[in-house]
Design a protein. Structure first.
Length: 86
């Protein structure tokens, strides 16, 4: 059994795009930041749009990444490059 994970991590800057579902036309093209991405609900992401304080929920397909953040902190990424100890 595979464990699903959110395709877009928290902290990523995104832009709302139309993805086939009914979506408020005023939302399309607005930018925001992902504030909640849960392993338990990988099909929805909490995004705070520019100029708002409340999070809105979007499907991953409705969001276009404009500025990605690394999945791991820099110190963990550097540790992955080191040789494993016996």
């Amino acid at each position: 059994m595979a464990i699903p994970f959110p395709p877009i991590p928290a902290g990523t800057r995104v832009k709302v795009q139309h993805a086939g579902r009914p979506l408020d036309g005023a939302m399309i093209g607005r930018t925001g930041i992902v504030v909640e991405a849960s392993d338990y609900r990988p099909d929805r992401l909490g995004v705070v749009l520019a100029g708002e304080t409340q999070a809105r929920w979007f499907a991953p397909g409705e969001l276009e990444v404009t500025k990605a953040v690394p999945l791991l902190p820099p110190e963990r990424q550097a540790a992955k490059l080191l040789r494993a100890l016996p």
